[in-house]
Design a binder for this molecule. Structure first.
Ligand code: IMP
Ligand code: MG
Length: 174
């Protein structure tokens, strides 16, 4: 099926918002170290940009869970594909996500990370589709609330394509 990409959020809008979130995190975590946990692959572009704008000390780690295949529907199945390299004990963790959609992936992941003895675990997502929520998850930092559209770019893919777009676009199927 052919698809067309329509711009939803420009690179400039995203940059500005990431700076604001970075400032907020720097204030909220003053005097502490933040441990950013990136959910691969989608969260990686956002985490790099955000981490550069945070002024308190930052350490990073990565994990990968499977939730979507080549389709645009959530499978509801969450599997850890790559676990973290370092323990979370006593750390101030911020989970960095590209998007919260049904909330299924995050709800599972946050419970799992909280059971590992972190001092606290917060959630930061670039995008949130509140209309699509099935499982309740508390989001601490949100870049943008967006309508129920399938989006790509800034780390988000459609069938592994378009992650490298510097903006967020809506996928329109012809
Ligand atoms: P959830 O478990 O339904 O909240 O799914 C979250 C994951 O689904 C995200 O981390 C993305 O990897 C993927 N996802 C959800 N919506 C979109 C979208 O609009 N574009 C690309 N990936 C999406
Ligand atoms: Mg993701």
């Amino acid at each position: 099926m052919a698809e067309r990409i329509e711009v939803l959020l420009t690179e400039e809008e995203i940059d500005r918002r990431i700076q604001e979130i970075g400032d907020q995190i720097s204030r909220d975590y003053a005097g502490r170290q933040v441990h950013m946990v990136c959910v691969l692959k989608g969260g990686s572009f956002f985490m790099c940009e955000l981490a550069k704008r945070v002024t308190v000390p930052v350490s990073i780690d990565f994990m990968s869970v499977s939730s979507y295949g080549g389709d645009t529907k959530s499978s509801g199945v969450v599997r850890i594909v790559k676990d973290l390299d370092e323990p979370l004990k006593d750390r101030h963790v911020i989970v960095i996500e590209d998007i919260v959609d049904s909330g299924r992936t995050l709800s599972y992941l946050l419970d799992m990370l909280r059971s590992r003895g972190a001092a606290d675990v917060r959630l930061c997502t670039l995008l949130d589709k509140p209309d699509r929520r099935v499982v309740d998850v508390k989001v601490d930092y949100t870049g943008f609330e967006i309508p129920d559209e399938f989006v790509v770019g800034y780390g988000l893919d459609y069938d592994q394509k378009y992650r490298n777009l510097p903006y967020i676009g809506m996928v329109k199927f012809e």
